[in-house]
Design a protein around this ligand. Structure first.
Ligand code: ADP
Ligand code: MG
Length: 294
């Protein structure tokens, strides 16, 4: 991927400027030039200053094995990105490192979230500043009621942000709306957190958490795995409903089928701890057809 960042715009693409326009005629023909590039290269886009920027990120396991090997990623407000890549490439490691999982050590690079150094924040500070991770393998916590957990999570977030605590009725309304959006029966409120949930139910429950916490940036790690066709549509619809101009989502997935419903503007291929290639939504279709040959 080539990265060129004049002023406050990011130009990302396979564009190698070969020379600058030197006269007015060339400036006037610029739109035509850009249209031709778009046509010829298939992948060229602009996006605004990012809310989230990873530069040259290196991270290792506790035993020193390097998993992330110089990863760059930039996400703007209101964007849907997809990250695809072979098993073991480092996709889940990336989400966990950003979330602040203690099992990984960042050995180089930077992660900025709304201009702040995310890597200096504790796990809960990262969450309270708007980062959310939907786990590939959500944990079960027996005895902790699902609703009780969500109530505690939203209360902690409001407290950290100096927002007023939600009243009983406000929380109930929020919970009911979110459960309706995800077509979840109210009995899931009382059950233990993910306790005895099927794989698909756990994934749906991750999106319920996202709906309650309303994060600015969500990394959803293989949220589509284990979902039947109807559940996939419901979950994708839930994700789309939670999107707005201020929120962004990164969908880590192996399959185009999720991306048919929750359409990414940007697709990245992560191979061996690095983003090997980035493009538009057509890149996911190419991967589906030809695999991860770059
Ligand atoms: P992906 O999500 O792209 O399939 P992961 O990020 O889960 O890949 O894993 C990347 C590599 O790091 C894999 O080889 C995996 O076995 C290894 N790995 C990740 N976490 C651990 C861990 N806690 N202990 C040992 N190996 C790990
Ligand atoms: Mg994974």
């Amino acid at each position: 991927m080539h990265f060129y960042s004049p002023c406050h715009f990011h130009f990302v693409g396979r564009v190698r400027p070969s020379g600058c326009p030197t006269d007015i005629k060339k400036i006037l023909t610029m739109p035509v030039f850009l249209a031709k590039l778009l046509d010829r290269h298939g992948f060229f886009f602009l996006h605004f200053p990012s809310m989230f920027q990873i530069k040259d990120l290196h991270a290792s396991l506790a035993d020193g094995t390097e998993i992330l090997k110089g990863l760059d990623l930039s996400i703007g407000k209101g964007e849907i990105h997809a990250i695809m890549g072979p098993n073991g490439a480092g996709k889940s490691t990336l989400s966990k490192v950003i979330a602040g999982h203690p099992g990984y050590k960042v050995t180089g690079g930077s992660v900025e979230f709304f201009g702040k150094n995310l890597l200096e924040l504790s796990v809960s500070e990262r969450a309270n500043s708007g980062f959310f991770i939907g786990f590939q393998y959500p944990l079960e916590i027996a005895g902790l009621g699902n609703e009780e957990f969500l109530r505690a999570a939203i209360d902690a977030k409001h407290k950290a942000l100096n927002l007023p605590k939600l009243s009983e009725s406000e929380f109930k309304e929020k919970m009911d709306n979110a459960m309706q959006l995800l077509k979840m029966d109210s009995r899931y409120k009382e059950r233990g957190l993910n306790e005895g949930f099927s794989g698909g139910e756990k994934k749906r429950n991750e999106i319920l958490q996202m709906a309650i916490l309303e994060p600015a940036l969500s990394f959803l790690d293989e949220t589509d795995s284990g979902l039947d066709v109807d559940a996939l549509r419901i979950v994708a619809n839930g994700i789309n409903n939670l999107m707005n101009a201020e929120r962004s989502v990164v969908l880590i997935t192996h399959y185009q089928r999720l991306l048919d419903y929750a359409k990414p503007q940007f697709v990245h291929i992560l191979i061996n701890g690095k983003i090997a290639r980035s493009g538009g939504s057509e890149l996911a279709l190419e991967v589906e057809k030809s695999g991860y040959t770059c």
